[in-house]
Design a binder for this molecule. Sequence first.
Ligand SMILES: *Cc1c(COP(=O)(O)O)cnc(C)c1O
Length: 384
Amino acid sequence: MKKTIKGLNTICTHIGELEDKEYKGAISPLYMSTSYAFEEVDTKRYPRYFNTPNQEGLSKKIAALEHAESALIFGSGMAAISTSLLSFLRSGHHIVLQRTLYGGTYNLITEEFNKYGIEHSFTDAQEPADFEAKIKPNTKVIYIETPSNPLLTITDLEGIAELARKHGLVSMIDNTFASPVNQNPIDFGIDVVIHSATKYMGGHSDILAGAVASSQENMAKIHSLAKNLGGSLSDYTVWLLERSIKTMGIRVRAQNENAMTMAEYLNGHRFIRAVYYPGLESHPGHLTAKSQMKGFGGMLSFELKEGLDASKFQKSLRLIKPSMSLAGVESTVLSPTMTSHSLLSAQERKRQGISDGLIRFSVGIEETDDLIADIEQAISVVSM
Ligand SMILES: *Cc1c(COP(=O)(O)O)cnc(C)c1O
């Protein structure tokens, strides 16, 4: 029989919901117990085993969203990333990673993995050939981020999946920037999909969480390490995250549309030097993005014209907030040099193409006329 996959917003709203058998309430009941019966039950439940009713319900929703057999929810994106990586790597192994990584992942690899005898190589660029050039006999995992932070570079999912199969490696992606609304890497053959659910899944800048989706077999490995490392998410936050994901499809599609409008506006602006958005035809990854993404996402970055003060520009914004994180319904901007990439050396930033004047823009769901008016007034302050 053909498996019927529900449409995005139906999955967001309904899959994995728990039935309120007693009172017939409309939403999932919240089970806060940290202690469950152990006799006369099939499952020994405990929050750190990732198997409470709310954890299991939300995991089903995330598996459905990523077209995966199985999924787990974690206490943070980094808990999801570290647990996933360590499930497939041990002392003597080697991993190939895209150079343009989320800062926390870069630090985990460069500061911690050496202590455990896990070797790594970063690619020079994002083409499958750049990854293949770094593969060694002891390589076990290939790790990508697309679109990447903060320049929104695009990596070819099918090309990476094929390369991983050819060399018998596990392919992993940090799919946070795209969200499951815009990109489902498992459809292209990628093995393990990771999210910082703090971002588009949460969507309101008030939840710290992570998620991983993959095959039953891979998830069994990840689950067994996860229980021992203990990075689970409290049930209250699981329940809030379920509520947030109900509107994820609507939110992210609105953000896609707004980001496209903002990218086009900025792209033609006389005081803007460069715009990085995969939805623009001028973006080098545009065609690949078009072939593997359903929408181009809500993230973009841009550089002001030489001589305009990027810091003063950000301080002059009134509606758009300078903010550390991203992907909320509210628009925010950030300077990678001052925040997410501040721990990299100036040389490493230059190597990744991150200038001091670069501004990362997380486009929210406000009316774009208001966002444009805000940018116009801030530009007029710095261009006077
Ligand atoms: C925020 C983020 C992470 C880390 O997630 P936390 O939930 O903060 O631990 C990982 N990858 C990307 C791309 C992110 O934006």
